[in-house]
Design a protein around this ligand. Structure first.
Ligand SMILES: NC(=O)C1=CN([C@@H]2O[C@H](COP(=O)(O)OP(=O)(O)OC[C@H]3O[C@@H](n4cnc5c(N)ncnc54)[C@H](OP(=O)(O)O)[C@@H]3O)[C@@H](O)[C@H]2O)C=CC1
Ligand SMILES: O=C1O[C@H](COP(=O)(O)O)[C@@H](O)[C@H](O)[C@H]1O
Length: 515
């Protein structure tokens, strides 16, 4: 049942870190030899361990097909922990972390291998004093084995006695509405909604979590948060590298499935939902589903697709050997969504994402309407920018009087740059925050089955068009590696009313140096 929760300014201290965690918990990471486990899951588990945020006496088991002895596994599991060489505390903590790690090798389709895993779990659990034991299964696995693993875990490793069993799964959750429904329904045969935690790691990012606070803890924000004040919104994801090495995976999915349909749509839903009754998971997720249901499927003419070509000494998408020679897979996509409800009717929400662009940046840019003409002419629009990464910041571009004896307005900014404002703060990695939530049994930042269903309804028609389901595939326009994206992008954004204030606004170089 959802717990009523409210949020205060308090932060749990180290002493209370365990209080809402269950003792006697074992975390099993399946796919422990893979990239995600090595780069994200184990470093996040280590960070939680080091800060005292794992349950008391927690143990971690790695499971994968690769045969490894304990030292090999320990080496792999700790290889991406940062600053281990030059920080003695971290190096010591790693040695201590290794003592809670063990490894079991086994296949994903083979029931007998999961019996072996259960035997290993029971061996560890026999040392626990209490009868209540808890098992958390984290699937750092490709979607092709989700179903056999979910089934085998339920049939061979589920603890039906006292305690909880939870399964954490990663995207992609299907490729379109029908395949997502198949996947969800099959997993549901084995694991209840309450036991299932579907990760969209953008919901664990600090600035995405901050959206709730910025919106609902500030009366000034709330007052301007609708179609009366806002002209257009852009949610932008930019990566400065191509699909190098991941071409095979990427070509099957494309930019929309990789980032827009999940990460950016999640940001959009938190940005636009109505105020939830409480911070309880179901209250938040009810509001997210409600706003997503007000969005019709994306239209073809609200879409711009791009594919990068070789430039600046970098290879084009089609130069990758793992990519089919004539692939029309988009590595850049901009789509505009419309929300048919009283708050947002008529406001365009432009989601845009691309690989091999000029910079690394994820941001929300809310552009307000023009002030009424009369006393000002050609004055810059206000913009609220929430920079999710890198260098987390919230800044409001606003017009101010130039200091001096004459009256002239100049665009300037109110600037909350995290590195300057929160000098001592360590911003947690998304995976740290999400694994901790799963350990606490808090679903707020995980994707509910009906959220997923409605997300696929919005994107499936455009994806089928791109996949050539009912006709020829559209050809993406090309853009050079390292550019801002297709040259058509500017006109695309202007079509929805975005006005760039570039000439009047400048950001002092001294401010840049501080970041
Ligand atoms: N706290 C902080 O760190 C603050 C930093 N700043 C900095 O000040 C600078 C200006 O800020 P801001 O106006 O927000 O950001 P930018 O000038 O980088 O971008 C503003 C908008 O214009 C687009 N754009 C950028 N270059 C071009 C171009 N050549 N042609 C057409 N469109 C373009 C961007 O699109 P797209 O993103 O899609 O490329 C974006 O939508 C930035 O470097 C920003 O980081 C400002 C205030 C506070
Ligand atoms: O899910 C994915 O996200 C990453 C970007 O994640 P970030 O935390 O580094 O912003 C993206 O590179 C990848 O293609 C996609 O599958």
């Amino acid at each position: 049942m959802p717990r009523e929760r409210s949020m205060s300014g308090t932060i749990p201290s180290m002493e209370t870190a365990h209080d809402d965690l269950k003792d006697n918990t074992i975390i099993v990471v399946l796919g422990a030899s893979g990239d995600l486990a090595k780069k994200k899951t184990f470093p996040a588990l280590f960070a939680l361990y080091r800060q005292g945020f794992l349950p008391r006496d927690c143990k971690i088991i790695g499971y994968a097909r690769t045969k490894m002895d304990k030292p090999d596994f320990e080496k792999r599991a700790t290889s991406y922990i940062k600053n281990a060489e030059d920080n003695k505390d971290i190096a010591n903590a790693i040695e201590s972390f290794k003592t809670i790690l063990t490894y079991v090798a086994g296949d994903y389709e083979d029931g007998a291998a999961f019996d072996k895993l259960r035997g290993h779990l029971e061996g560890i659990e026999s040392s626990y004093q209490s009868k209540e034991i808890n098992r958390i299964f984290y699937l750092a696995l490709p979607p092709t084995v989700f179903i056999p693993v979910a089934k085998n875990l339920k049939e061979h490793c589920y603890n039906p006695k006292a305690g909880v069993n939870r399964i954490i799964i990663e995207k992609p959750f299907g490729k379109d509405l029908d395949s997502a429904r198949d996947l969800l329904n099959t997993v549901k045969q084995y694991w209840s909604e309450d036991e299932t935690f579907r990760i969209d790691h953008y919901l664990g990012k600090e600035m995405v979590k901050n959206l709730l606070v910025l919106r609902f803890a500030n009366i000034a924000m709330g007052a301007a948060w609708d179609k009366n004040s806002i002209s257009n919104v852009q949610i932008t994801f930019k990566e400065p590298f191509g699909t190098e090495g991941r071409g095979g995976y990427f070509d099957e999915f494309g930019m929309i499935r990789d980032v827009l349909q999940n990460h950016l749509l999640q940001v959009l839903s938190v940005l636009t939902m109505e105020r939830p009754v409480s911070f309880a998971a179901e209250d938040i997720r009810d509001e997210k589903v409600k706003v997503l249901r007000s969005i019709p499927p994306i239209e073809r003419n609200d879409t711009l697709l791009g594919q990068y070509v070789s430039a600046n000494g970098k290879p084009g998408y089609l130069d990758d050997e793992t990519v089919p020679p004539n692939s029309t897979c988009p590595t850049f996509a901009a789509t505009t969504l419309w929300i048919h409800n009283p708050r947002w009717e008529g406001v365009p929400f432009i989601l845009k994402a691309g690989k091999a662009l000029n910079e690394s940046k994820v941001e929300v840019r809310i552009q307000f309407k023009d002030v009424t003409q009369g006393i000002f002419k050609d004055i810059a629009r206000n913009e609220l920018v929430i920079r999710i990464q890198p260098n987390e910041a919230v800044y409001l571009k606003l017009n101010s009087k130039t200091p001096g004896l004459y009256t002239r307005a100049i665009p300037t900014e109110m600037d909350l740059t995290y590195k300057r404002r929160f000098l001592e703060a360590k911003i947690p990695e998304a995976y740290e925050a999400l694994i901790l939530d799963a350990l606490r049994g808090d679903h707020s930042n995980f994707v509910r089955h009906d959220e997923l269903d409605v997300a696929w309804k919005i994107f499936t028609p455009i994806l089928h068009w791109i996949d050539g389901v009912n006709g020829p595939r559209p050809r993406p326009v090309s853009y050079p590696y390292g550019s801002r994206g297709p040259k058509e992008l500017e006109a695309f954004i202007e079509k929805y009313g975005y006005k760039r204030n570039s000439d009047a606004y400048f950001w002092p170089v001294t401010n840049m140096a501080a970041l």
